[in-house]
Design a protein around this ligand. Structure first.
Ligand code: ADE
Length: 322
């Protein structure tokens, strides 16, 4: 089973990609390997990052590449020199493999350009092959590491099997910018969707997340109840939608039905549903309305082209199925 495909429709997956990539462009940490497309530099960074904290890697990465600036230079170096350059980073088998891979790449006249071919090199498994192939060569292959697993686990609301993580990451992958997407997923896990208490208030994809909170959702956590009212205003084949403020901390710039205060108590709503965000359980009412409020008319057939909030998608889906 493809766990993410089961929870997200095509439009939601598209929204997820767009929001994540937008967030990554604005909020990614400035790290020395960012913006690189040299497969050798990327391989060195990914091997170091798999075992060591980013702050340490930043410094060691620059030093290692100052000493061995090209894959050919690394290939020519003596093993003892390479091991000495790795000193303190541990996991020496990794650097021995890196050295062996450099020799093979040099002998073959260059890096293989696909994940499948990269996996033939010593010490390069699925994660490293996919990281290099996507970041250096733009091949649409997903990566899964501990950070990506945590993001996917919270996002789908369940623990997945190893293979399901890979499938879920592949289903979400932005085909046209796989390198940025993969790095954005890892970056989200490293800086926002962190272990323990995630920073959901600044998460770009909170609205699409199943869990919206720590993995071990505390049962003693006090949950709030609240009510939301929205207006469904129709004219011919269009509905009225409005855009959330760009500076809103939650779902900025996304589109939703116009929110209204409440309605007279005897009015029958078109729809009533439940929706939870972080620690609040909302009861949501959608009312038919006539008067056009702020926002704009959107033909129903082009609604799916707008980045809708998760709740709005859910409402429109429920109304379609009603
Ligand atoms: N962790 C490992 N590789 C990474 C990358 N390229 N970007 C962010 N976090 C990472």
């Amino acid at each position: 089973m493809n766990a993410t495909a089961a929870t997200l429709n095509q439009q939601e997956s598209g929204t997820f990609r767009r929001l994540l990539l937008q967030w990554y462009q604005q909020h990614q940490r400035k790290l020395p390997w960012r913006g690189q497309s040299d497969p050798y530099h990327i391989l060195v960074s990914e091997i170091m990052l798999q075992q060591t904290r980013v702050a340490v890697v930043e410094d060691r990465y620059k030093k290692f590449l100052a000493q061995f600036p090209t894959v050919e230079r690394l290939a020519r170096a003596r093993e003892q020199t390479v091991l000495a350059a790795w000193s303190g980073l541990g996991y020496y088998r990794r650097v021995r493999n890196l050295h062996a891979a450099a020799k093979e790449v040099t002998k073959n006249g260059g890096f293989p350009r696909t994940a499948e071919a990269l996996r033939e090199l010593p010490g390069i498994g699925r994660y490293r092959a996919n990281a290099v192939a996507s970041i250096a060569f733009g091949e649409p292959v997903a990566v899964v590491d501990g950070n990506v697993k945590r993001v996917l686990q919270r996002f789908t609301g369940r623990a997945l099997t190893e293979e399901q993580y890979w499938q879920a990451a592949a289903a979400l992958l932005a085909q046209e910018s796989p390198g940025d997407f993969n790095q954005a997923m890892m970056e989200l896990g490293a800086t926002v969707c962190v272990p323990g208490n995630p920073l959901c208030m600044v998460c770009p994809v909170i609205e699409l997340c199943a869990l919206r909170g720590p993995l071990e959702k505390a049962s003693r956590q006090t949950r709030r109840k609240a009510t939301l009212h929205y207006a469904l205003i129709r004219k011919k084949g269009s509905i009225r939608l409005q855009q959330r403020a760009k500076e809103h901390s939650l779902m900025p710039g996304m589109w939703e039905l116009p929110e209204i205060e409440s309605v007279e108590s005897n009015a029958t709503p078109l729809l009533r549903l439940r929706h939870s965000i972080t620690t609040t359980d909302y009861t949501v009412f959608v009312h038919a309305a006539e008067k056009a409020s702020a926002g704009r008319w959107v033909p129903l057939r082009s609604v799916s082209r707008l980045p809708l909030t998760g709740l709005t998608s859910k409402i429109l889906r429920s109304l379609r199925n009603a």
